[in-house]
Design a protein around this ligand. Structure first.
Ligand SMILES: *Cc1c(COP(=O)(O)O)cnc(C)c1O
Length: 372
């Protein structure tokens, strides 16, 4: 059996370090708003090349709190790619604004700057660029567009910890960036966790206040605004600190696995592989191929003990949750076709080259079998 991800294989390597880190937190008696979260914020901000980071409860909260801190709310529009995980658009709705979907590039499935430009109106306040599957969006053109219209540019970097664009780490490319540490992400906590990073000290202060019941630094029962409770727990932060030290190595291994997949699948006429844009250094949160025979291929791989996933089976504008926005099938052809064709193959740093070969051999056999 080859799973899509194998967190057990990772745990086996770092078990002692994690257990010591967790034990230290229990010994300290501080579980929320303590030194581990503070230290992790400093270390993660440094990894992103920015001065400020605010740990929060999860990636969806990171997006929601960043939008609130940017004063995005009712009457406002936020441009969002039609290909993403639901949370990107959910966050826009949660602050009372309206997501405006735009199509993505057929090469990288990230937001097309031209499509985003066509969506700008008087009500637009922000663009959310999603670094889908760990491949950075076209941040230079999006930055120009945002600057021209005075819009905030928010990075949804939930799948892209450690990725780079023109040599710059994601997290440093917009007004603010939001990360998730859901367990299966490239950097994962033992539960839900997230973070907002930014170059803007005032914005960081506002996120921190909103995430902590509207309290400012050092305040206990002073609540200047209606906030919420969304903080990075000490146990999560302590574990994330252990893992952050290994992220670069894990991402390197992900890239090597992706290169091996690429080399062995490239010749297949039935498959479309992800294109890496020349400015991008992706981190392959997912390794995704596209084929018109997706469902058949997934079923036959499963029979051979090879797990796969579909990220995601429907573009955002066709989800029932957003039916009220009035979009229809046909509105975003690239995103719609991707949803019908994408297939995620097993991808985790502990995978062996032999497992990759087993998977690519199985794919070749399945595709050749049914042609003849
Ligand atoms: C995982 C993910 C999120 C949400 O993160 P959670 O921590 O699960 O709330 C947002 N956007 C994208 C692209 C994601 O992959």
């Amino acid at each position: 059996m080859i799973p899509l991800v194998d967190l057990g294989a990772q745990y086996a390597v770092i078990r002692d370090e994690l257990q010591r880190a967790v034990d230290d937190v229990f010994q300290s008696g501080t579980f929320v708003l303590g030194p581990q979260a503070k230290a992790f914020e400093t270390e993660f901000a440094a990894a992103c090349g920015v001065p400020y980071a605010v740990g929060v409860g999860n990636g969806t909260d990171a997006l929601t709190l960043a939008l609130r801190a940017l004063d995005v709310g009712p009457g406002h529009e936020v441009i969002v790619p039609a290909s993403s995980f639901v949370a990107t658009a959910e966050a826009v709705c949660l602050v009372g604004a309206r997501p405006i979907f735009a199509d993505v590039s057929p090469e990288t499935l990230t937001l097309t700057p031209a499509a985003a430009a066509a969506c700008v109106t008087q009500r637009t306040r922000a663009i959310i660029a999603v670094h889908l599957y760990g491949h950075p969006a076209e941040m230079d053109a999006l930055e120009v567009l945002a600057r021209q219209h005075g819009l905030a540019l928010v990075e949804d970097a939930a799948q892209a910890h450690g990725a780079r664009f023109r040599g710059m780490p994601v997290g440093s490319l917009g007004t603010a960036a939001c990360f998730s540490f859901f367990p299966s992400k490239n950097l994962g906590a033992p539960g839900d966790a997230g973070i907002v990073v930014t170059n803007d000290s005032l914005l960081a202060q506002r996120v921190r206040r909103l995430a902590n019941h509207g309290r400012g630094a050092g305040e206990k029962y002073t609540h200047a605004v209606v906030g919420t409770n969304s903080r990075l727990d000490e146990i999560h932060a302590a574990c994330l600190r252990v893992k952050l030290g290994r992220l670069t190595g894990w991402n390197q291994r992900r890239r090597a696995i992706a290169q091996r997949y690429d080399a062995r699948l490239r010749a297949h006429p039935a498959l479309t592989l992800q294109v890496v844009s020349p400015q991008a250094e992706p981190v392959y949160h997912l390794y995704v191929i596209r084929t018109a025979r997706r469902d058949e291929l997934a079923k036959k791989l499963a029979r051979r003990g090879i797990a796969t996933g579909v990220h995601y089976p429907a573009p955002l504008h066709l989800l029932e949750a957003f039916a009220g926005l009035g979009y229809r099938r046909g509105d975003f052809p690239v995103s719609e076709r991707a949803a019908a064709e994408v297939l995620s193959l097993p991808m985790y740093p502990e995978m062996t080259d032999r497992q990759v070969d087993e998977i690519t051999n199985a794919i070749s056999q399945i595709l050749e079998d049914t042609i003849s």
